[in-house]
Design a protein around this ligand. Structure first.
Ligand code: SAH
Ligand code: SF4
Ligand code: F3S
Length: 468
């Protein structure tokens, strides 16, 4: 049994990260059995689930859309806020019931919650029937962990607190045939005071440029139209490698592969350079859509959050992007109710939103996370007041989503067509600026980039007609 340890997880060392190649000698343990994965959290978890699915299928398991009839159920969990936690524990509650009727059901838990000391203690205490647990640093060990759990019929827990080497060559079963996630940097060293990610995902580690480019070229061969370069802070890409290249050089090289669309998430404003802005502006295949979390518009709160920029720095960066990248859409994340946030701080956030008029924003109430620096700060605001702030903020951000969308009415925009929309007789896809659009058009265009005329705008989507 390997249990998570927060002191270890916080440590950052200069130890050199090696590259290992995935290998697995275990075969057939899933023959005749089905599996189901529930994925919570961010794109990183979604992509990890794509690797996990492929590993399970290599072992002989087949996918089952219905968890109630699956032989193996795996929860790939997220720790970012308390409600993500509660969702996973709620699901475990349902699975306990299911397991009482089907004792042979195999239940596993992985992802960021598995990296939390408190969670694993609770699992050992109250959820002993969970068959296996593994963390974010050892997906590649899944065949061995699962085999041990099945052979010994005991709960197998293997969580590494320290990030290990980078594993190349993991199998992958992608959810889309047109859009693919490509990891470029793992972990995070920023330690924003509210955030649990540096503990659950470990230290910052970049993949080698050659490995990333090889993966993109492979995707092009398979017919992929779009890649999203993934990391908690993609702008820090390359800093840990000391090989003399960073995100700008990487974007330049990925652009040269001629994949039609390149996106990247997430960008921390601190590491966003002028060179990167110019690179995005220069290349047609780097999409003009940037997710640039601001978190707060108050300098006092930004400082308490440890974000390393002021509202003025953010606004300067924002204006530069708007000036230099034609038609760029900028989205953000905002937290309300951080400890110490008063009415004036909140007004500063509203004022920043009025200035930036974001194309999209994810808004959250601050959630206290175990062991983070902010957990020790005094918090005098009631939940009711925080909810009021969130409501008020959402009203303002929504107004600008709609206004920005309305500006597109009558324009012809490029859309990567992904499939048939819920409305059945329509298609759906995303514009270059990452806006969802439902439109009338020919099914033969699924998987292609086509011009679509925007005919109507809603808060969270557009309507259109294919431009023949
Ligand atoms: N790496 C990304 C963010 C990943 S988490 C970045 O730095 O931009 C996604 C978002 O969740 C964050 O941007 C933040 O707005 C929110 N978040 C993170 N920790 C949170 C917490 N403790 N409470 C509420 N929201 C949080
Ligand atoms: Fe969390 Fe900050 Fe790292 Fe983003 S940059 S993952 S918010 S610590
Ligand atoms: Fe959640 Fe982990 Fe992502 S905490 S947001 S799944 S990195």
């Amino acid at each position: 049994m390997n249990l998570p340890d927060y002191i270890e997880a916080r440590k950052r060392t200069k130890a050199k990260v090696e590259i290992e190649h995935y290998s697995n000698e275990i075969k057939n343990i899933g023959n005749g059995k089905t599996y189901h994965i529930k994925t919570y959290g961010c794109q990183m978890n979604e992509h990890d689930s794509e690797n996990i699915k492929a590993i399970l299928e290599e072992l002989g398991f087949t996918y089952n859309d219905n968890y109630l009839t699956s032989d193996l159920i795996l929860l790939n969990t997220c720790s970012i806020r308390e409600n993500a936690h509660n969702k996973a524990f709620g699901m475990l509650g349902r699975l306990k019931h299911l397991k009482s009727t089907r004792p042979n059901l195999i239940v596993g838990l992985c992802g960021c919650m598995a990296q939390e000391e408190g969670v694993v203690k609770e699992l050992l205490d109250k959820y002993k029937w969970v068959n296996f647990v593994f963390g974010t640093h050892n997906l590649h060990r899944l065949p061995y962990i699962l085999k041990k759990a099945l052979d010994n019929n005991v709960s197998e827990i293997e969580v590494f607190s320290k990030e290990g080497n980078i594993i190349e060559g993991m199998p992958v079963k992608r959810d889309s045939k047109y859009k693919a996630y490509v990891n470029i940097i793992y972990g995070c060293d920023k330690f924003c005071t509210y955030c649990i990610v540096p503990f659950t995902r470990g230290g910052q580690r970049s993949r080698l440029k050659e490995d990333i480019i090889a993966e993109v070229n492979e995707l092009i061969k398979e017919g992929y139209m779009e890649v999203t370069l993934l990391g908690q802070n993609v702008n820090a890409y390359g800093k840990d490698l000391n090989l003399g290249y960073g995100m700008e050089e990487l974007l330049e090289e990925v652009s040269k592969t001629n994949i039609p669309r390149i996106r990247f998430v997430t960008s921390h404003p601190w590491d966003f350079t002028d060179g990167m802005i110019d690179c995005i502006a220069r290349h047609e295949n780097i999409m003009p859509a940037i997710h640039l979390p601001v978190q707060s518009g108050s300098n006092k709160i930004l400082k308490l959050m440890g974000r390393r920029y002021s509202r003025e720095d953010y606004l300067t960066l924002f204006s530069k992007m708007k000036e230099r990248i034609p038609n760029v859409s900028i989205s953000t994340d905002i937290i309300v109710g951080f400890p110490g946030e008063d009415e004036q701080d909140f007004k500063d956030t509203l004022d920043l939103v009025e200035k930036c008029k974001f194309d999209n924003a994810f808004t959250f109430i601050y959630s206290k996370r175990e062991n983070t620096a902010a957990a020790k700060l005094k918090d005098n605001t009631s939940l009711e007041d925080k909810e009021k702030r969130l409501y008020e903020l959402n009203k303002v951000v929504n107004k600008y989503f709609l206004e920005n969308n309305q500006k597109l009415i009558g324009q012809i925009v490029p859309v990567l067509v992904e499939g048939i929309s819920d409305k059945k007789n329509e298609l759906y896809g995303y514009t270059d600026t990452n806006k969802l659009i439902n439109f009338k058009g020919s099914v033969s265009n699924i998987g292609k980039i086509v011009p679509v005329k925007v005919t109507a705008a809603k808060t969270w989507s557009l309507d259109g007609e294919q431009d023949e």
